[in-house]
Design a protein around this ligand. Structure first.
Ligand code: ZN
Length: 496
């Protein structure tokens, strides 16, 4: 801990310290509050908060005494202390006034780059965003991701606000837990309640099932929709008997669930929550009429949402550009965007990373009434750093990923042509980063992240994890610059 003496001395004098003697000082983090001076530093690959002074803030921080100050780990307890004294380290809701971008940081080290990318743009960052699936694959918890985001905000001295998204949540117990932990954004995944068996069913079977619904429920839907036309900013949406019956059967139960979650959890929360409805993880594309039906039901039931994610036509595969008919996409995106504007919420785009060919279309029609989620692409930029800075590690990870690719297909829908990936043995170290410009290689790494980061050797030691994080933390600026460039390109094309 002696390496910190000088920084602590400077803090005790009330001055801003700078990097020296192997200690990196994150100068933007320097804070003076109630007689306590505080800064974040890095020694080796470990980060700490250093504090000096006298106040409740100083005594509440947990740490080891050094000189007249304290060296504090980036622990969960210390994160809560920062949250208590520095409001900007607490996740917040943004409503619909400004676009938001989900920037799931799978590793807990990407947020500084994300902050730099989104700073001073027409978008707010949702720095913490991870689905239960991703947490499970990485042995991380909801608390870990909130801790990482809060510390990143403090490190960067970023005071313009950020959000935290409990992504793709399906269970009420997880919703309640996420709100209690302080998440500011809730993405309700309704895929368990949306019926996938209606689309292929015969018209006769569908009618029969509808006929079996309670009389007052049928009347509730029929009186409002049957043979009615709705004018949505010039777009005509009509319901005949077939289309109404189908939408009621496909989405009816899901809408009841949305209403229940809103009333029981979102409306009762003691702070504002950005509430997103996700109907994207279904087998069928969300027709504009289906989108309207869900939104109109939410409106009728007094459920306020800040964003809604339909499933768009074409394919939004992880880590690569859009696959599909651009003209059709433009037509449908336009309609979905008009519906979202009509109801006053953001259109939400999931698996939104790397969809460069459709970003200009999305930007044009949503006009900032937009939420877009990205996640895995940040991990791919980290892999690019490994390819540049630690070719030997990259090669070992690449081989392991190829050997274990098949196991990931139970979680992810991707269709890479792995035969098109250049053989590793024929590739020079200097060319390794090019793998991260190749679609199939990107997808190979995209889906194997959990396997790679949790892989162990026979003695139970991490195969890659330790070296991977060491390389990243020793090359923080390379990673930051990579993210600023890559995510910045997304925002440029979206017009944000
Ligand atoms: Zn989704």
């Amino acid at each position: 801990m002696e390496q910190f003496n000088k920084v602590i001395e400077t803090l005790a004098q009330g001055n801003k310290p700078s990097s020296a003697d192997g200690v990196t000082v994150y100068e933007s983090s320097f804070e003076q509050k109630d007689g306590t001076n505080l800064v974040m530093v890095k020694s080796g690959t470990d980060k700490y908060l250093l504090a000096a002074g006298e106040s409740d803030l100083f005594s509440e921080l947990n740490g080891e005494s050094v000189g007249t100050g304290k060296v504090c780990a980036l622990s969960h307890e210390n994160r809560l202390v920062l949250n208590k004294y520095f409001d900007y380290t607490v996740p917040q809701a943004f409503g619909t006034k400004i676009a938001t971008m989900g920037l799931g940081d799978r590793l807990g080290v990407a947020s500084p780059g994300h902050i730099e990318t989104t700073r001073n743009r027409k978008v707010k960052p949702i720095l913490a965003q991870q689905s239960i699936r991703e947490l499970t694959l990485l042995n991380r918890t909801m608390t870990d991701i909130l801790d990482a985001a809060s510390f990143a905000v403090f490190q960067e001295g970023y005071k313009d606000g950020y959000g935290a998204d409990a992504d793709h949540i399906k269970l009420e117990k997880d919703i309640a837990y996420a709100i209690e932990l302080g998440f500011s954004f809730l993405t309700l995944d309704c895929s368990e309640q949306i019926r996938n068996d209606i689309e292929g069913a015969s018209s006769e079977d569908i009618q029969k099932e509808y006929a079996g619904l309670p009389v007052d429920r049928k009347e509730y839907f029929n009186s409002h929709y049957l043979n009615k036309t709705f004018d949505v900013q010039g777009l005509e949406i009509k319901f005949d008997e077939d289309s109404l019956v189908k939408n009621v059967l496909v989405y009816g139960e899901a809408i009841d669930f949305m209403e229940h979650v809103y009333n029981e959890h979102v409306a009762k929360a003691d702070k504002a929550i950005d509430f997103e409805i996700s109907i994207d993880e279904t087998e069928t594309v969300t027709a504009p009429e289906a989108h309207f039906f869900v939104a109109e039901e939410l409106r009728r039931r007094g459920v306020t949402v800040q964003s809604l994610a339909p499933r768009f036509c074409g394919e939004f595969q992880k880590g690569i550009d859009y696959i599909g008919d651009l003209e059709q996409f433009e037509k449908e995106l336009h309609e979905h965007a008009e519906i979202a504007k009509y109801f006053g919420y953001k259109l939400s785009i999931h698996s939104g990373s790397d969809k460069f060919s459709v970003f200009p279309i999305i930007g044009k029609y949503t006009e900032g009434l937009l939420h877009i989620k990205t996640a895995g692409t940040n991990w791919l930029e980290a892999v690019r750093v490994i390819a540049v800075e630690n070719p030997d590690l990259y090669r070992r990870m690449h081989v392991y990923a190829e050997d274990h690719f098949e196991e990931t297909l139970q979680y992810y829908h991707v269709t890479p042509d792995l035969d098109s990936v250049a053989p590793l043995d024929d590739t020079s170290d200097a060319d390794l980063p090019k793998y991260m410009d190749h679609d199939a290689a990107r997808q190979l790494f995209h889906v194997t992240y959990g396997i790679l980061l949790t892989a162990k050797d026979d003695s139970g030691k991490d195969l890659f994890r330790t070296e991977f994080f060491e390389t990243l933390l020793n090359n923080e600026d390379t990673y930051r610059n990579g993210l600023v460039k890559h995510i910045g390109r997304h925002l440029d094309l979206l017009g944000l």
